[in-house]
Design a binder for this molecule. Structure first.
Ligand code: MRU
Length: 345
């Protein structure tokens, strides 16, 4: 399943807002189209957002038509700012933009053709490294899954969210490939329904048994002893281990703690933000109220009904049993050396 594809100076983005009914790609020939696709959640999931933003910046070098280095620099910074502002919680987006700016800085003095080539190569490298990290996360995480296991996951953290195997869902896929007997419970994930539309689609394609539930069913499943463990992804994990993930994640962490079930977070190191000390420092994206008022374009309440629509919530680190990363399974305090953010280019 290809989520992002570069073809002839154009970034093709699989439109996730149309899945699973329609599989179509949006053609982006300008970085502003990439920014719009990110904002409208045509592409989503923290790692995939980072990769999309990296290609968006590469694209901006193709959009630039001037010939002066300083004007290009301003153009690139403007593109970086536009892309960064699209979704403020997922730190991978900012991380990828920073990496690309660093690469561009190293290329200063080169011809525009060389800069374009260098930025494009860096974007491809981000994507490639992400795929390798997903494999490592999945292998480390699969060890934590017993057989048989009834697993609760949330939102979508598979191939669609990372452009690789996935993080939390990657762990589930890996354990399934290893022959473990797994049943996955998937909350639908209102308001945008990533669970109902995307996660079950991915699980079905890979032949992993699952049951779709409404978001408010999880508590009852725990109470009946039907959940063995929870595994979710993250949009930003800060220095003390508090993390942001899809709104509703905190509810599941509290349920897991109350019912004494392990609660794991699977994420690459690019999702860690050691610059922020605790969860309350994380900027939480508030989205359009119409996402709550409507389902697939149909109004389910009255027009202009007051709505609160945060895209993410913050889960405190005390509720997390372990953080599954490409370097292994961790617990805070994290080792600072892990977060060296330089791109080896
Ligand atoms: O709003 P979304 O769909 O981008 O939110 C996605 C999530 O919350 C995921 O759990 C997170 O980005 C990790 S994806 C590997």
């Amino acid at each position: 399943m290809e989520v992002l594809r570069w073809e002839k100076n154009c970034l093709l983005i699989l439109d996730q807002s149309e899945l699973p009914q329609n599989t179509h790609f949006i053609e982006c020939t300008h970085y502003r189209q990439v920014a719009q696709a990110i904002q409208e959640m045509k592409v989503r999931g923290a790692p995939a957002l980072g990769a999309a933003a990296a290609f968006g910046l590469a694209l901006s070098a193709f959009n630039f038509t001037g010939n002066e280095g300083s004007t290009f620099e301003r153009f690139l910074l403007e593109a970086a700012q536009t892309l960064r502002a699209t979704r403020p919680t997922a730190v991978n987006l900012n991380w990828a933009v920073e990496k690309m700016l660093k690469v561009s800085h190293k290329l200063s003095g080169k011809t525009l053709a060389q800069i374009r080539e260098g930025l494009l190569e860096a974007a491809h490298q981000i994507l490639m490294e992400q795929r390798e990290q997903d494999e490592q996360i999945s292998s480390f995480g699969a060890v934590l899954i017993p057989s048989p296991a009834r697993v609760l996951t949330y939102c979508n953290t598979g191939a669609l969210a990372t452009a690789g195997l996935g993080t939390a869902l990657g762990v589930i896929f890996k354990a399934h490939q290893q022959g473990k007997e797994i049943h996955v419970y998937v909350p639908e994930t209102r308001p945008v329904l990533q669970g109902a539309r995307l996660t079950v689609w991915e699980l079905k394609q890979r032949g992993v048994p699952f049951t779709l539930i409404t978001d408010n069913t999880a508590g009852s499943l725990f109470a009946q002893g039907k959940i063995d463990l929870v595994i979710v992804g993250a949009d930003r994990i800060v220095a003390n281990g508090d993390f942001a993930n899809k709104i509703g994640t905190y509810n599941l962490a509290v349920l897991a703690a109350y019912h004494r079930r392990p609660f794991y977070v699977a994420a690459p190191l690019s999702t860690f933000d050691p610059n922020l000390k605790k969860g309350e420092d994380i900027p939480v994206e508030i989205r359009n109220p119409d996402e709550v008022r409507k389902i697939k374009g149909s109004l389910i309440t009255y027009e202009n009904c007051p709505v609160f629509n945060p895209s993410f919530d913050i889960t405190p680190h005390e509720l997390v049993s372990g953080y599954i990363t490409e370097r292994g399974i961790m617990k805070p305090p994290f080792n600072d050396a892990l977060f060296s953010r330089d791109l080896a280019l």
